[in-house]
Design a protein around this ligand. Sequence first.
Ligand SMILES: NC(=O)c1ccc[n+]([C@@H]2O[C@H](COP(=O)([O-])OP(=O)(O)OC[C@H]3O[C@@H](n4cnc5c(N)ncnc54)[C@H](OP(=O)(O)O)[C@@H]3O)[C@@H](O)[C@H]2O)c1
Length: 327
Amino acid sequence: MSTVPDPLPDRRQDGPQDGLRILVTGRDGQVGWELARVLPAVGQVTALSRAELDLASDGSIRAAVQRLRPHLIVNAAAYTAVDRAESEPELAGRINAGAVATLAAEAKSVGAAMIHYSTDYVFDGGKPAPYIETDAPNPLGVYGRSKLAGERALADAGIPYLVLRTSWVYGARGKNFLLTILKLAAEKPELRIVADQTGAPTWSRDIAQATLAVLRRWLAENVPGENAPAPDRFDRQKSGVYHFTASGATTWFGFAAEAVRLRALTLPAEQNLARLAPITTAEYPTPAARPENSQLDCGKLARTFHCRLPAWNASLGDVLAAIAHAS
Ligand SMILES: NC(=O)c1ccc[n+]([C@@H]2O[C@H](COP(=O)([O-])OP(=O)(O)OC[C@H]3O[C@@H](n4cnc5c(N)ncnc54)[C@H](OP(=O)(O)O)[C@@H]3O)[C@@H](O)[C@H]2O)c1
C-alpha cells in the first residue's frame, strides 16, 4: 500500500480498536475473502457467506445485524453478473439497491456505520478524462443502475458511510477476467480481446488493504471507549463517495497482454500461450453496454485518507508471481 505524504501522526496504527465489531458480507467473493483476512488488524471480524446472510431476504439481513450488533458493516456482497443483470433486473436491484437500503436501516438501528463498494459502471464512459466523484453518473446498463441506486440508498440512510467505487476487480481466486484469460491462453492459439475500453484493473487484495488504511483514518481522532456508538467512532465529515481503483490505466487488451507476457516468463520455453489480437467493442457484442472510458480519478481518496492503491501492473506482477508459486 502506498500512501501520500501525511503531516499528521497516525495514532491508530497500533492494533485492534477496543471492541470494534465488524460485519463483512460476501465472505466468499473476491473482495470479501480478502477483507476477512485483513480487517482483523482493527477489530473483531465476522464474515458471513450468502448462506449465513442472504441479501435477497430482508429477514436474513435483519437477523444477522441484530444478532451481531456490529459497529461497522462492510458490504462486499453484490450481484456482479453485468451481462446477466440485463435479463434479471429485479434480482440485481434487490441485491444491489434494496438490500443496501435494508442493511443501512439495520445499521442505523444498532448505531453502526457502513462501508460499501460501487463501480465505475455508474458512468457512461463518454468523458475524455478520468471521472471525479462530482461528475454526473449515467449508467449504461442494469448493473450500473442498480449499483447507483444502492449508493443513493446508503447516502440517504443518515449513518456515517463510505461508498468506494472500484473497477475491473481481479485476483488469484474467484471468477474474473485474469483467470479466464490465463485459462484460455493455455488452451487456444489466438484470443481476440477488446482494445477500446479503458479502465484500471484492481486487485482484490489491494482493495482490502486500502480499505484497512482508510478505516484507520476514518476512525475518529479521539477513539472513545468500548461502548461508544458508531456515530462517535467514525468521522462523519468524511462520509461520502470515493473513487478507489488501482493507479494507472489500460485496456482489456493491454491487461490481457501483460498478464500473458508475465505468465509466459514463468513457463518452460516450449509451452506456448495464445497470440492476442486487439478488437473493437463492436466486434464483441455483449448483452450489457460498457463504458468506453471508465478511469476514475482517486485524488479525493488521497487527499482525505492519505491512501493510494498501487499501480495496476505492479499488482498484476504480484498476483502472477503468487499464481506461479501455487502451480
Ligand atoms: N468484480 C468486478 O469487476 C467489480 C468491478 C467494480 C466494482 N465491483 C464491486 O466490488 C464489490 C465486490 O465485488 P467482487 O468482485 O468481490 O464480487 P464477487 O467476487 O462476484 O463476489 C460477490 C459476492 O457477493 C455474494 N452474493 C451475491 N448475491 C448474494 C446474496 N443474495 N446474498 C449474499 N451474498 C451474495 C456472492 O456470493 P456467492 O459466493 O455465494 O456467489 C459473492 O460472494 C461489489 O460491490 C461489486 O459491485 C466489482
